[in-house]
Ligand binder design. Sequence first.
Ligand SMILES: [Zn+2]
Length: 444
Amino acid sequence: MTDGAERAGTAEPRPMDARKLAAARLWATAPHRFPYLASALFALPVQEVPGLGGVQVDERWRLYVDPDVTHRWTVEELGSLLVHHVGHLVRDHSGRAHSLGITGAAQARWARAADAEINDDLADAGLKVPGTSVLPEDLGCERNRLAEEYFHAESKIEAESESESEAKGEGESEPKSEPPAPECGSGAHGQRGPHEPPDDPERDGSDEGGPRPRPPEGGLSQHEGDLVRAQVAGALREAARAGIGVVPAAWQRWASDLLEPRVDWRRALGAEIRRSIQSVTGAVDYSYRRPSRRASVSRNVVLPALHRPVPEVAVVCDTSGSMDDDDMGRILVEVEGILQGAGLRRTGITVLSVDAEVHAVSRISRAAQAALVGGGGTDMAKGIAAALDLRPRASIVVVLTDGQTTWPTEAPRNVRVVIGLIGAGPREARAAPAWARVVHIDGA
Ligand SMILES: [Zn+2]
């Protein structure tokens, strides 16, 4: 940004090149770039801030632009920066910073972490964002993680270097030179800059009562921001389906999380399995097979015993080439825990390894002992059919798969099928039949 000095003092500050900024929005939302960001990019009210030195966003989706940079930077650079800033806003980096309680010195670390979360995808897409080049590897991290992870990695490094310098008696020395923090505005880190208007208390959901003031002119309210996020997520998913534009995997994950809020799969799967057990055993069978203990009390009457059959459970494991053995092993152990927690005996669980064929059937006492063999194509229909051929017949079948499989075309009769769909990729890539109960397992 030193080239700005060339003109310093030689000319009146020029007004913003509004046409160039408009061209930058069109550049960013071109069909082969980020068309799904249009609702966000065109929602940003623009405010000129001479001397700002760059472009920033605030928590109200306002875009602050130093008019000077609209002359110095190309349409491509401005457009790339707009995509970057929209990344801060739709991913709610400021809200996430608030929930981590980030203030003061930690703000710079968060700013770098938030930028790293955005920039890896943009670098992959060939974008060059002026003013920020922080990548996850600069923070000693792998790509495609969340800002929270980058932030904690940075904080850890800092704590270690502080304790090192204390050990050397350098406690009072200057802190080690940190890499420069990008300045993207409160929309990235939640700390209001001097050019930003005083915020309204609505942001923090203030409980102080009374009418909530409207957001300052031009900004979006919390609710309006959420609506734009939902619009972008929906458009992004459509674009990914239709193969339009650049849709990085991390953005797809973000859209999936927003549109289908993640629940702990262990709880969800546990709830489904308990529900299945209830529906299987719920039809109370007043059986005369076992005499009730009370029968001895009322001698003349034989009371029926309340007989609840223990359901037989079969776990069908997809062991095709697309599945990771370690993941499956870990998930299987969790499932065993869920089944036991639901009151099932260990011996009542049968595990079937299935790819295109049924390979191993083991009646297990510990899930970890189950031999998982396979590696070919995938046909879970065969696995479910094999589970129903077991004697005693399974009344609950839990299928663990990545969904890249053939399914029975119709719901199998007299059995509850719970499908655990495993995988970290976009959920639309995984399929399960409508007749089954489905739980998304996002990570083992
Ligand atoms: Zn940034």
